[in-house]
Design a protein. Structure first.
Length: 311
């Protein structure tokens, strides 16, 4: 069964062989349905989650507004017992709160260690069957996430391939191709455009050129997000999800200090440093010369990309 919605493809019951042969090489996002994800899709109720991992403390993001902004840090970090956090995140209005009575909560493993649900939440990990569509040595991390209803996360890209496994609840995901990076007003791996539905076109006039891909994930759906695809996520309901990242490039391509899977590959980092030095060198010239040679540099890059596209 295949259906198309908002330029998006949904595939039901895809085998590993079909994924690797027909879907993975295309390097485009798709939604996979009908996969065996284990007992998590039926067991992970609020009561079960609260009891399973007990009162161990977790570090969470708390925001007074629904739209979380990582660039301007419009949230605070707080610590709660896991069972208390789950129940709070499932509510809408709070009697006890950190910032406001309708604040939003978000759990994403933070710290110096690479996220792995088997280590941080071992009891819950037993309920999950991660689709084995990549080799074991390619595995990088498994990030356990819980979001309040209405929470929107900033637009960003990751440098590794990723399965977003929606276990409970519903999410809307808006994506943009890596080719549209020039229109997304980037700061590092993140876009400055927070409100992708009603962007400030005076401040971000080029954003209108970015082609939008959109899908809604229901409980049990798995979204394949290839590396470098930008994504903006809204939790339409209280929900629990698991992101699984794996290395698409050879292991030595990645920064060994990267614990979140969002540092640019080593070669890309070196190239950006070289470009920054080149641009700084151009500052020694008058403005008209700086502009002329900067444009030549851009043309060189575009010509190279065009030749690569043409094979």
């Amino acid at each position: 069964r295949e259906r198309r919605a908002e330029a998006f493809f949904f595939f039901d019951g895809v085998t590993r062989e079909r994924f690797l042969r027909d879907i993975y090489p295309r390097r485009k996002p798709v939604v996979l349905t009908g996969l065996d994800l284990g007992t998590c899709t039926t067991k992970w109720t609020i009561d079960y989650l609260s009891q399973a991992e007990g009162s161990k403390e977790v570090k969470i993001h708390v925001s007074a507004v629904p739209r979380m902004d990582f660039l301007n840090k419009n949230f605070v970090y707080r610590t709660l017992p896991f069972n208390a956090f789950v129940r709070r995140a499932a509510e809408v209005i709070f009697f006890f709160y950190f910032l406001t009575e309708d604040e939003k909560y978000y759990l994403r493993s933070v710290g110096e260690d690479i996220a792995d649900i088997r280590k941080q939440f071992p009891i819950l990990a037993e309920d999950v069957h991660i689709p084995e569509y990549f080799e074991k040595e390619q595995f990088f991390s498994s990030v356990f996430r819980i979001s309040s209803a209405g929470l929107q996360l900033w637009t960003h890209y990751d440098v590794m391939d990723n399965f977003l496994i929606q276990v409970t609840g519903r999410k809307r995901v808006v994506l943009y191709s890596p080719r549209d990076a020039p229109y997304l007003y980037l700061s590092g791996t993140k876009s400055e455009v927070l409100d992708v539905d009603n962007p400030d076109m005076e401040k971000y006039p080029l954003f209108v050129k970015a082609k939008r891909y959109e899908c809604v994930l229901e409980a049990g759906d798995v979204l394949f997000i290839p590396a470098l695809w930008f994504h903006n996520v809204i939790s339409e309901e209280f929900g629990v999800a698991l992101n699984v990242f794996w290395k698409h490039l050879p292991a030595e391509s990645y920064d060994k200090t990267d614990t979140y899977g969002n540092k640019d590959p080593m070669a890309a980092s070196r190239a950006i440093q070289i470009l920054d030095r080149a641009l700084k060198t151009l500052e020694e010239l008058p403005e008209e010369y700086r502009d002329f040679y900067a444009r030549r540099m851009v043309l060189r890059i575009q010509e190279k990309a065009y030749r690569n596209d043409c094979g």
